[in-house]
Ligand binder design. Structure first.
Ligand SMILES: Cc1cc2nc3c(=O)[nH]c(=O)nc-3n(C[C@H](O)[C@H](O)[C@H](O)COP(=O)(O)OP(=O)(O)OC[C@H]3O[C@@H](n4cnc5c(N)ncnc54)[C@H](O)[C@@H]3O)c2cc1C
Length: 385
């Protein structure tokens, strides 16, 4: 595999996490998938290694590392267990992201050190039962009463909510404003009276990543928990998602690479017609297509991360990386099952888990259809007549 011109730190982090993933994450991945168990031990150890705070500046207790290193961490974890990959990605880019992006100094000092140390997690509550792709159709309200907001509403599909101490949510602070307007980003601690976890989803894939419904009933939050200006929270969330899309791209890339890892080994071990199936051109073609698409996906994901690190616009590239890598992951996992034949369809081999996990990448943080809308909008801006 190409080195993709990583610097010494990036190579070091990649090798460290690759080793950690093989020793600590892979051995329990199938069991956690089956039981829907949270990867407690791995997350605890990753927190001790400083990974949960890797993108947080040192003044708030983090490591101040770049987006490419972070993407590589998500990729390497997802290569053996996508549930662990997304748990880390959601904690960093969705839990910490909005506070880092739009918090004032006091808010950063208050929440970031614990989140960076992994003493607790943050989560991101945008989606609602009636507002998914149409996230601007938010119905949760936060009505100001003196120094407090009174929050009422329901959020849907929120990753890491069961382990979160704070969840940044979108809520309509101006209910009379039109769709996508009058929305604020508010940090709601999970010990606030009036907040409770709803149903935990029983999912097709990434089953060891927890996904919850959130219920807010007259939940009173200090106005000091508002991130940025009132009524501008939708923009904070959209900006957070731009970065989040790089990590879903990295997660998809890891799944695709993991599927190729397993398929390339199996193809050389399994014999039919008196020789390893790797010797049949049909199998070689599948491996070649997988490897080629993975290489292209890696370029897209690393390029988006590098643009972010350079402080340049990266929205279109993040969407391209997420869109392409997600579809590559689904194709690669499908081919990996095909190469394993009937055994690939059983839980004896991990490729069926990769296949189930890959599908989420085409849905979470904006479906493939939404990514195409975002990309097309940008492309058309480049061709203004
Ligand atoms: C496991 C998991 C974890 C998640 N974690 C989080 C989280 O931590 N925080 C959070 O806020 N959300 C989270 N989500 C929610 C996720 O972002 C949404 O599921 C996603 O944005 C799609 O919304 P929806 O499910 O309501 O689907 P819908 O928006 O109802 O879409 C249904 C279908 O219609 C298509 N569609 C919708 N609008 C258009 C359009 N304009 N043009 C073309 N096609 C369209 C979609 O692409 C899709 O194919 C998570 C979801 C899952 C499954």
């Amino acid at each position: 595999m190409l080195n993709f011109e990583l610097n010494d730190n990036q190579r070091m982090i990649r090798d460290m996490i690759r080793d950690f993933a093989i020793k600590e994450v892979e051995p329990v991945a199938a069991e956690l998938d089956e039981s829907m168990g949270f990867p407690e031990e791995a997350i605890k150890k990753l927190a001790q290694l400083g990974i949960l705070g890797m993108t947080v500046p040192p003044e708030y207790g983090g490591q101040g590392m770049d987006a490419l290193s972070y993407s590589i961490v998500v990729e390497e974890l997802s290569r053996v267990c996508a549930s662990t990959g997304i748990t880390v990605a959601a904690a960093i880019s969705l839990g910490i992201g909005p506070i880092l992006l739009n918090g004032n100094e006091e808010q950063k000092q208050k929440w970031l050190p614990d989140l960076a140390a992994g003493k607790s997690m943050g989560a991101f509550g945008l989606t609602e039962p009636g507002a998914g792709s149409d996230a601007g159709g938010c119905r949760t309200t936060a009505i100001r009463e003196g120094d407090e907001f009174v929050v009422n509403g329901t959020k849907q599909f929120i990753t890491n909510a069961g382990h979160a101490s704070v969840i940044t949510i979108t809520a309509k602070t101006d209910p009379s404003a039109r769709r996508g307007h009058g929305i604020s980003a508010i940090v709601v601690p999970t010990d606030t009276p009036g907040f409770k976890l709803g149903t935990k989803e029983n999912k097709l894939g990434i089953r060891a990543s927890e996904t919850y419904e959130l219920i807010y009933e007259d939940c009173r939050v200090p106005v000091a928990n508002l991130l940025g200006e009132q009524d501008t929270g939708f923009q904070t969330f959209m900006k957070t998602l731009e970065g989040g899309r790089i990590s879903i791209g990295a997660m998809a890339l890891g799944i695709a690479q993991g599927a190729l890892d397993k398929a390339a080994v199996y193809a050389q071990e399994r014999e039919q017609f008196g020789k390893p199936i790797a010797g049949f051109q049909a199998i070689g073609n599948m491996l070649a297509d997988m490897a080629t698409e993975i290489e292209a996906a890696r370029h897209l994901v690393y390029n988006a991360a590098r643009l972010k690190d350079a402080g340049r616009p990266f929205g279109k590239e993040a969407s391209m990386a997420k869109l392409y890598a997600s579809e590559v992951a689904s194709r690669a996992a499908s081919k990996a099952i095909q190469i394993h034949g009937g055994y690939g369809y059983t839980k004896e081999y991990p490729v069926e888990r990769y296949y189930r996990d890959a599908k989420l990448c085409e849905i979470g943080e904006g479906t493939s259809e939404v990514q195409r809308i975002v990309i097309a909008r940008q492309v058309l801006k480049e061709y203004v007549l």
